[in-house]
Design a protein around this ligand. Structure first.
Ligand code: ADP
Length: 484
């Protein structure tokens, strides 16, 4: 099967409270390679009972984990980072096999994902509190930050490794245990992380990975009183459901949900740079990231030139199995993903959209799709309102700044936005006017462990990465010291 240097990274059991186990029912879920349709293996189909045990194990492990110094926890996280780095090639092979992204992107994700462990190992040492000037002579006010408690995470298939370490790094550094449920399409990357966590010395119960039935596992995670925080990355629809399920026990929530990223090309932009940014932000992971551009807005004077250059650049993309050299776009995750792209294209063409490149399922079959560019996009098209999550670049036309800001903000989402301009006044005005959590200015790539990733509006709550990311796993405690 996969030619791994360390074959035991590929596990077909879940990792609960320091033990590798099957489901109580012995049922499994099959995992396939989207590039070939081949079965890669199977993982346990766990449910509420196993989830409860994992949560109870996490609660039992919490006391000793929080009692460690930040430096002691950092040493373990650092070892985990080192192991991820040492086994990066194997981890990337596993990821490409179950997710489909090109091997170069998988390697990039492993480096990005590992970086969260390194970052939070350091940042955990700086969870400073405060001493506030007193309001009474016989009192002193001290503010400390404490780990919130047992945390649960539900993660998506598009970044099978880094969406876990981004949460685990912060949670563990803050002194919290974490129970993770990865997406059913990509459990092997998550389980490989558990193998390395165990080797790094993460104590039993501090990091568990459960695979199985999403509603059953999610239901237990959101209703169990021992869980103090739920962190979710995925669709807005499921985020809304989890938020509702968390309401009775008032859990803290971090939600990183859908986006509908605009990418604005102003008439003073460096067009070649804009095309390079457009390719990176649109076609990375075959358009299947929540920060991928969904809508391109191009100013009148440069519309034709930008379209031409973009089509030329798209012509250089190579679609294929991600393990092959030179492939820049893998398959989509499943048939439903292909159906959505086709629906958006058909709807746009029916309303006058013109296909400039691609537009069809790829000749390779399976879930491969041609990188597509569509001109004359209109606000009434589905692709303007819904996240396509595929390799479709619709080009809208605009004439002035106020108009494009209005169109860019006309969505319930607010995750990432991008724009290209060389005019410093315009850069500030537009950056401030965009209702988004993250704005890429003259760049199509913005993710890094040192920055606060997250959205506004229905794109979510909380921030991941950076020092803000640690705060999401800490609670503030105020000590009022009286009788002095
Ligand atoms: P996508 O459409 O990209 O697959 P989802 O939001 O459906 O996004 O999936 C993201 C994660 O949420 C996955 O781990 C999935 O298993 C999980 N999930 C889906 N439905 C539920 C649910 N009802 N309860 C808990 N988790 C869920």
């Amino acid at each position: 099967m996969l030619a791994l240097k360390k074959p035991d990274l590929l596990r077909q059991q879940a990792y609960l409270n320091g033990r590798w186990c099957d489901a109580d029912s012995a049922e499994t879920i099959v995992v396939t390679n989207p590039a070939t349709g081949e079965m890669l293996g199977a993982v346990p189909r766990m449910g509420a009972a196993e989830t409860r045990r994992a949560i109870e194990g996490a609660q039992a492990a919490w006391g000793a984990w929080r009692a460690m110094t930040a430096k002691e926890r950092a040493a373990i996280l650092r070892r985990w980072f080192d192991l991820m780095t040492a086994h990066a090639q194997d981890l990337a092979l596993i990821m490409t096999a179950e997710q489909g992204k090109p091997l170069s992107e998988s390697r990039g994700e492993i480096a990005y994902g590992a970086a969260f462990l390194e970052w939070f190992a350091e940042e955990g040492k700086r969870a400073y509190g405060d001493v506030i000037p007193t309001f009474a002579r016989d009192r002193r006010i001290v503010v400390t930050k404490e780990p919130i408690g047992v945390c649960a995470a539900i993660t998506p298939w598009n970044f099978p490794s880094s969406m876990i370490t981004r949460k685990a790094g912060a949670a563990l550094a803050a002194g919290c245990p974490l129970v993770v449920k990865p997406a059913e399409q990509t459990p092997f990357s998550a389980l490989a992380l558990a193998v390395l966590a165990e080797e790094a010395g993460v104590p039993a119960g501090v990091f568990s990975v459960l695979t199985g039935d999403a509603p059953a596992i999610g239901g237990e995670m959101t209703s169990n009183d021992l869980v103090r925080k739920v962190s979710f990355t995925g669709s807005t629809e499921v985020g809304r459901l989890l938020m509702r399920q968390c309401a009775p026990s008032i859990k803290k929530l971090s939600l990183e949900l859908g986006g509908n990223a605009p990418f604005i090309v102003f008439d003073d932009a460096d067009l070649d740079a804009a095309v390079e940014g457009a390719i990176a932000s649109k076609y990375r992971n075959a358009g299947q990231t929540c920060v991928c551009t969904n809508r391109f807005y191009v100013q009148d004077a440069v519309y034709d030139a930008f379209s031409r250059k973009l089509v030329e650049a798209v012509g250089k993309l190579r679609v294929g199995n991600g393990v092959e050299d030179g492939v820049t776009q893998g398959p989509l995750i499943d048939e439903a993903a292909v159906a959505k792209v086709r629906e958006h294209i058909a709807d746009a063409v029916a309303q006058g959209g013109r296909i400039l490149a691609g537009g069809q399922p790829h000749a390779l079959g399976h879930t491969f799709f041609e990188p597509t560019v569509l001109a004359d996009a209109l606000p009434t098209m589905k692709l303007a309102r819904e996240e396509t999550f595929g390799p479709l670049a619709p080009l809208f036309r605009f004439s002035d700044d106020a108009e494009v800001i209005r169109m860019a903000n006309d969505t319930e989402y607010g995750l990432a936005a991008y724009f290209y301009s060389r005019d410093i006044g315009r850069v500030w005005r537009v950056a401030e006017a965009l209702e988004y959590g993250m704005v890429g200015i003259n760049t199509g790539l913005i993710s890094n462990e040192a920055v606060p990733f997250g959205g506004v509006k229905q794109s979510g709550l909380g921030r991941e990465g950076s020092h803000y990311g640690l705060d999401d796993y800490l609670v503030v405690k105020y000590l009022c010291m009286s009788g002095l």
